[in-house]
Design a protein around this ligand. Structure first.
Ligand code: NAD
Length: 424
């Protein structure tokens, strides 16, 4: 379910969530009220309504957004999401989270996000290409290699980025590989980018397990979402010696307390939503049951607000590593903190994607490409450093990991904003 679909006491809108999380950090940092307002507000929000001629000859109008939250630390960076329930508020929240994520990882970007309200399951490949090209053209007025650099997110992939890059390049008159990241490797993509977010999650999981006094090897892991982030996190957890006992996609989950064969599941079913439910050596479970399975590490890697006031008390994992953006509401955070469940927050745990996107952009600008182990080693080092900075901040401020990460991210952005000064 998209984050903004239902706003209730237990599930606030994701923009409310993002602002509450910022307010907690602002309080710790004793942030000036005016500066707090600057950081709580997006710099630019572009809404585009654009027509696409569908395969049946009819014209359909789609609504899309590009939001740039903060440019103090560099050009903005953030994915493009295709989903039927996106809206401007959700896109703004996701852009804000990107700002803090880039700052926590200490890479020279501000945050942005784009989205189109569309159910891609309804589109043919040709329609998807036409929609992407038109959307790219519409938002190209504010996007570019030195201004704002999109990447894949839910519902988009390397092929979509290739169409985006080609469209922008056609408009500019020369190939501009640096305009998007997450491209296919032969078109200026980076080795290691596809796996980067899942790999980063597993680096964070390793470090958090060590801090909690157990090892990822031999632990029981549950993963919600079997797309790019979830399937790769599950595979790398399995390779690290963990037992992945439950996985799911939007259609539901599967559970086997003795462990699931993740490689086989990926090979057989990952291309098709609902496919994993055809696997027989397991029990079917719902997505809500999956979150409450008895395990050591839970990796929500699907969508926002999955862990909320009504189920946070039932979560049995010792550690939650947020592969998805915004999977835990602020109320759930408080409940989990009180129950001593460690949550490695999204702005740290899933930063691997934007870190390798940054590497891709650097490689594109230099037209000089790195070997995969160089990319992975640099990613692992940055993730580990970021994790330990946040851990130190957590211990110093006697708070949870989310607030600790916000204290670092918000402070870096606030300092950059103040040092640059307010124009004119
Ligand atoms: P994806 O489209 O590749 O996969 C999403 C998966 O989640 C699919 O398996 C889908 O079936 C499943 N899903 C959707 N709704 C669900 C629900 N309600 N319950 C259970 N499963 C559900 O997307 P992705 O790129 O893997 O992104 C997943 C999450 O990770 C998103 O929140 C995204 O913003 C975040 N993220 C992605 C990246 C990246 O590099 N791809 C980077 C950072 C954060």
């Amino acid at each position: 379910m998209a984050a903004s679909a239902t706003h209730t006491a237990e599930k606030p809108s994701v923009l409310e969530m993002a602002r509450q999380q910022l307010a907690v950090a602002a309080n710790y940092l004793d942030l000036d009220e005016g500066l707090h307002s600057v950081l709580a507000t997006p710099k630019r929000q572009l809404i585009v309504n654009f027509p696409v001629v569908m395969d049946n000859g009819h014209v359909e109008v789609f609504e899309g957004y590009r939001v740039q939250h903060n440019l103090s630390r560099g050009p903005t960076k953030g994915g493009i999401r295709y989903h039927p329930e996106v809206d401007l508020d959700e896109t703004t929240a996701l852009a804000m989270w990107m700002t803090w994520k880039c700052a926590v990882a200490d890479i020279p970007y501000g945050g942005a996000k784009g989205s189109v309200k569309v159910d891609i399951k309804r589109l043919s490949k040709r329609e998807l290409e036409k929609l992407t090209r038109r959307f790219a053209s519409e938002i190209s007025v504010i996007v570019g290699p030195s201004t704002d650099i999109p990447a894949p997110d839910m519902g988009t992939n390397a092929q979509v980025m290739a169409w985006f890059m080609d469209t922008y390049s056609m408009q500019m008159g020369s190939t501009a590989t640096g305009v998007v990241t997450g491209k296919p490797v032969p078109l200026g993509g980076s080795l290691g980018r596809v796996e980067a977010t899942g790999r980063g999650c597993i680096v964070a999981a390793h470090e958090a397990c060590k801090f909690l006094g157990f090892s990822l090897a031999g632990s029981r892991v549950v993963v919600q979402g079997f797309g790019n982030v979830g399937s790769i996190a599950a595979r790398l957890a399995e390779e690290a010696g963990a037992k992945v006992i439950a996985v799911s996609d939007a259609a539901g989950g599967i559970y086997n307390p003795n462990g699931l064969p993740i490689q086989t599941l990926i090979q057989r079913y990952s291309h098709r939503e609902g496919g994993i439910r055809e696997f027989t050596d397991c029990e079917p479970i719902s997505n809500s049951e999956l979150l409450e399975v008895d395990c050591d590490v839970l990796i929500p890697a699907a969508t926002a607000e999955q862990i909320h006031a009504s189920n946070a008390g039932n979560i049995r994992a010792k550690l939650i590593v947020e592969g998805a953006n915004g999977p835990t509401t602020p109320e759930a955070d408080d409940i989990l903190s009180d129950r001593n469940v460690m949550v490695v927050p999204d702005i740290l745990a899933n930063a691997g994607g934007v870190i390798v996107s940054y590497f891709e952009w650097v490689q594109d600008l230099q037209a000089f490409f790195w070997e995969e182990n160089e990319v992975n080693n640099k990613l692992e080092r940055l993730m580990r450093n970021s994790f330990h900075n946040v851990l130190q901040s957590m211990l110093q401020h006697k708070t949870n990991m989310r607030t600790a990460a916000y204290i670092i991210g918000v402070k870096r952005v606030a300092d950059a904003t103040v040092t640059r000064g307010i124009f004119p």
